[in-house]
Structure formats: structure tokens, C-alpha cells
Design a protein around this ligand. Structure first.
Ligand code: NA7
Length: 530
């Protein structure tokens, strides 16, 4: 049976849930979700230690005043179970479940040029026709599992952190190997070290990480936010990193050494990694200024880690602070002072293969009962590229994006009409706080849909020229920022062979919002409503 609705939303993560809430008020909506529960990132990433790296009072919905007043976050930085509970609460409280189909992944999307409708097919056999697609598929959904040979011969257990088994995993007496030291590796390592017989951390590039200072929520902090929510939410959207921190007013190069130390020490204790990046005016734009912050962090690592050789190996030296997302941790560096933890440098001696009993690097062999892959994601483009998406004239999205994604303001792809994205390629995405900016983007796309409907239009499609403009803007902005000196998922350099330039807009959310707003005010310039 074929059903017909107005909008199909892909993904019931935080943006998909809000899109379902917002659009189901006036349109017929179905939201398809691959998982058997809602929450997206916070449904999948249930590895021990998974926790948000922005304070929960910020990283939460703003759309309903009662919700933000009534909800209580137990800690400053919520753990995954609390975030998943919140997503479920929102789904129940706003009656979203009637629109959501769980365990039902969208497999193919085909645009019908005669009717201007999308034809959607799913893993559970659903067949739906709809005018609009909202792809809220998440920037970090498809795991990156490097194709080292021999995996099928390995006799132990392998888990990617985004595919962690439900229930207790007994690691006592297990020799555990952890590959990857990004935000995820930094969170999971201290817990694995406590639970396992031994932990071997395989590090290619060390992270910059600072202590989160996480603790139980205190009444005063909660009250302060709840009394000021509307103003704070607005302020969030008006700051470069969409986070309320105190933006430095001086160049790091202008300050005396004493002044710098004082500012950096304050930033170090601020509970915000963004604070380190904006402690001075030029941390994110000037490599010399950035180097001052980097050395401060390296000295903090040296202070904590007892063994000088291990400490040096943990010190990032090849890329700037904030060039890729800075981590925030709960005892990461202290973990390396434990007797059961060792660090292996796979930059100088890369992993070569899995063996029957563990891993072999170019230098040694390691016996491991469990291998944890915290190796990140085929980020930003992965989820849409993994679906069979066909636009006008039979173009496949996988072909169009084979050399890297192009989009118009991150919302649309030329040749794929009526397919609208939230946190799409070349939006501020990870360089921002994704719940609030996701709400903003959904509202923007809802305005676009309302305009289409009010004007009796059936097709919105951007142009290659508009995409080219946005591509250049995204790349040019990145050329002024220190991000260009780091390889990461922001610039498609985290996976060998992946192509594309900067996939994250690092020019700040306010500029992105301003350009989006201007386009809408100029008659949806670049969107081409037909
Ligand atoms: P990240 O930040 O992409 O980190 C992945 C880690 O895995 C990183 O240390 C990588 O080293 C390592 N990695 C990836 N591929 C390989 C190969 N082939 N060999 C060795 N090491 C490898 O992902 P996370 O899950 O930690 O964090 C994702 C986001 O979640 C983060 O940005 C926050 O927004 C929250 P590399 O640095 O590439 O040398």
C-alpha cells in the first residue's frame, strides 16, 4: 500500500524530533527512524562514559518554556542515559510517537518529476509519497571502521563505540584495546581502565582535552538559567560558537605572560572547551596566538601524567587547539598513571592487521580480548550517501557527491528538489551547539515550506551557481581559521580516500544565520521556488 503525506522526516534524533513537533502541527508527517528508540546520537552512543561536552542547560530544547522550566538535569554535563530519557520525554510529552516509525530505515528516495513528489521506500517495506523530505540524519551516524585486514580471523570481541552492546559487558579479566583518542576515546578510556584487566590505548593523534569539572547540578546554577532562559537562548545564537562563554578582548600576543596565565587558568576551569578557544581574540585565527594556548595545555598534561615519555606522547604538537573539536574529559590524563594502562603510538608504527588474538602494528603484536573502536564516523555526508537517493534526470546523490558535497547554505542540493537538510554539509554543525541551531534550521525550513504552500508552489530546487557560492564561502572562511591546519572530519580528512573540502561552516553561527535570513528576505534567493 502506498501512503501519501506532506513531509517525511528522516531520523528521530533531536532535530528530527523537533521537526516532527513543528511540522506535524499543520502538515501530515511521518518520521522514519532506523533505531528502535528515539534520540539519534544519544540513542546509539551508549558506550560507558558517553556524555555531552556542552553544559546541559545550554544543550537542550528551547522551543517550549514549560519544558525548559520543568526538566531537571541531574548533572552539569548529562550522561547518555539522561539525554536518551529526555528525548523520550519530549516524544511522549508532545505526542510525537504517533508520527514516528521506529526500526524503519529509509533505504531509497526517488524524485518524481511529473508530480514533484518524492517516492520513499524503507527497510520495513513502507512505501510513501511526499512533497518534502527533511533529512535530519545526523552528522555523526555512520561509523568509520578502518579496513585493516584479518578482522574475520580475530577471535575476540570488537565494538565500535556507536554500536555498543546493550546491558552489562563484563570486562573484568579482559585485556582491552582502544583505538582512537578523539572525544569518544577520551570519554571511554577512564571507564574501560577501571573495568578491564588492562587497557592499551592506540593513539594516532593526541587530543587537546581539558577537565569538564562535571558535578551534580546545583540549585543556584539551575535557577540562574531557568530565570534567564529566553535571553540566554538568544545570546547563544548570537555567539560564534553558540555557547555562552566570555569572549576575550585582547590578542594573546598583547598580554603579559602573567596576564595570559591568569586568563588561561580561568578558561581551564570554565567547564567549556569553547572558552579556551576564545580566551583571546585570535586563538582561532592566528597560529602564534594559538600556540600559546597549545603550550599551556601541553604543560597541564605534563603536570598530570607521571611518566614523562607517556606525557610527551599525549601532548598534541602537530595541529592547533580547536583545529578539530577540543575534548572535555573526566580524568582522561590521570588514566595513564594507572598500572594497567599503556599507550601505543600508531602514528610512528601504524596498525597493520587484526590477528587471531589481537592486533599487529608495524612494530609489535598485542594480545587483546576486546577491541573498542573509537574511530569516529563517515561524518556529515555518510548517512545520505548510504541511501539510494535519485534526483532529477536520474542523478544519484552518491555520484553527485563523489568528489565531496556541495550544498546551498547546507539546506539544499541542486538537482534534488524538495529535499531539505538540517545540519547538512556546510552548516556550522559541530562548530556549534546542535540542539539550538537545529531548532533554528528546522524553523527556517518550516518557513520555506509554509511559503511554498501559501504560494501554491510544488518544487523548490537550488542551482549549481548558488551551491558554488556557498562552497566558496565555506572554503574561504576556513582559510582564515586555524582549522585549515588540522586533519579531521570537518574537512573530510579523517578517512583515507574521502574527498571534499571543509564540510563544516566555521565562520560562526551568527554569520550563517544572517546569510540564511537574507536569502529568505530576498524572496528565498537561491532556492528557486516553482
Ligand atoms: P573523532 O573525533 O573523529 O576521533 C576518531 C579517533 O579515531 C581519532 O583519534 C582518530 O585519529 C582515530 N582514527 C580514525 N581512523 C583511524 C585509523 N585509520 N587509524 C588510527 N586511528 C584512527 O571521532 P569521535 O567519535 O571521537 O568524536 C566525534 C565527535 O563526537 C566529536 O568531534 C564531538 O563533536 C563529539 P586521527 O585524529 O584521525 O589521527
Amino acid at each position: 500500500m502506498t501512503e501519501t503525506v506532506d513531509v517525511v522526516i528522516i531520523g528521530a534524533g533531536f532535530s528530527g524530533l523537533y521537526a516532527t513537533y513543528q511540522l506535524s502541527k499543520r502538515y501530515k508527517v511521518i518520521c522514519f527512524e532506523k533505531g528502535d528508540g528515539v534520540g539519534g546520537t544519544w540513542y546509539w552512543n551508549r558506550y560507558p562514559g558517553a556524555r555531552v561536552d556542552i553544559q546541559s542547560v545550554e544543550y537542550s530544547y528551547s522551543f517550549d518554556e514549560d519544558l525548559q522550566q520543568e526538566w531537571q538535569w541531574p548533572e552539569y554535563f548529562s550522561a547518555q542515559p539522561d539525554l536518551e530519557r529526555y528525548a523520550n520525554h519530549v516524544a511522549d510529552r508532545f505526542d510525537l510517537r504517533e508520527h514516528i516509525r521506529l526500526s524503519n530505515a529509509v533505504e531509497s528516495l526517488r524524485f518524481d518529476e511529473q508530480s514533484d513528489l518524492w517516492d520513499v521506500r524503507t527497510s520495513a517495506g513502507d512505501h510513501v509519497k511526499c512533497r518534502y523530505i527533511i533529512a535530519a540524519t545526523g552528522a555523526l551516524s555512520i561509523p568509520n571502521e578502518p579496513p585493516w585486514p584479518g578482522r574475520e580471523d580475530y577471535e575476540g570481541l570488537i565494538y565500535h563505540t556507536t554500536d555498543w552492546p546493550r546491558g552489562e559487558l563484563d570486562l573484568a579479566n579482559k585485556r582491552v584495546g582502544l583505538i582512537g583518542t578523539g572525544s569518544t576515546g577520551v570519554q571511554v578510556a577512564p571507564i574501560l581502565a577501571q573495568q578491564a584487566k588492562s587497557l592499551t590505548v592506540f593513539q594516532r593523534t593526541p587530543a587537546y582535552s581539558m577537565p569538564s569539572g562535571n558535578r551534580a547540578m546545583d540549585e543556584e546554577h539551575e535557577r540562574d538559567w531557568k530565570e534567564n532562559y529566553p535571553a540566554r537562548r538568544e545570546e547563544i545564537l548570537n555567539t560564534w560558537g553558540t555557547s555562552i562563554v566570555s569572549y576575550g578582548e585582547k590578542s594573546a600576543l598583547e598580554c603579559s605572560e602573567e596576564e595570559r596565565e591568569e586568563i588561561l587558568e580561568r578558561a581551564w576551569n570554565s567547564k567549556s572547551a569553547f572558552q579556551m578557544q576564545v580566551a583571546f581574540t585570535d586563538v582561532m585565527t592566528d597560529m602564534e596566538a594559538n600556540g600559546i594556548v597549545a603550550e599551556f595545555i601541553r604543560n597541564k598534561i605534563r603536570d598530570v601524567v607521571d611518566d614523562p615519555e607517556t606525557a610527551e606522547l599525549l601532548c598534541p604538537k602537530t595541529y592547533p587547539v580547536g583545529g578539530k573539536r577540543m575534548c572535555i574529559d573526566n580524568g582522561y590524563y590521570q588514566t595513564f598513571n594507572r598500572d594497567n594502562v599503556s599507550l601505543v603510538d600508531i602514528r610512528s608504527a601504524p596498525i597493520v592487521e587484526f590477528t587471531k588474538t589481537g592486533l599487529r602494528t608495524a612494530q609489535s603484536e598485542y594480545e587483546l580480548d576486546v577491541i573498542v573502536m573509537a574511530t569516529g564516523f563517515d561524518a556529515v555526508t555518510g548517512s545520505l550517501m548510504n541511501m539510494d537517493v535519485e534526483g532529477i534526470d536520474g542523478i544519484k546523490l552518491a555520484d553527485k557527491w563523489k568528489d565531496g558535497p556541495t550544498t546551498y547554505l547546507g539546506y539544499m542540493i541542486a538537482g534534488f528538489p524538495n529535499l531539505l537538510m538540517v545540519h547538512g554539509p556546510m552548516t556550522p554543525g559541530a562548530q556549534a551547539q546542535m540542539i539550538t541551531t537545529g531548532e533554528w534550521q528546522v524553523d527556517y525550513l518550516a518557513d520555506l515550506i509554509d511559503t511554498m504552500e501559501a504560494e501554491g508552489k510544488t518544487r523548490v530546487d537550488t542551482t549549481p551557481e548558488a551551491e558554488q557560492w556557498w562552497y566558496e564561502e565555506t572554503q574561504n572562511v576556513a582559510m582564515h581559521m586555524v582549522h585549515r591546519h588540522a586533519d579531521s572530519w570537518y574537512n573530510a580528512k579523517n578517512i583515507e580516500g574521502k574527498k571534499g573540502g571543509f564540510m563544516i561552516y566555521v565562520g560562526g553561527f551568527p554569520r550563517f544565520a544572517e546569510l540564511s535570513r537574507k536569502a529568505a528576505e530576498n524572496g528565498w534567493q537561491g532556492f528557486n521556488l516553482q
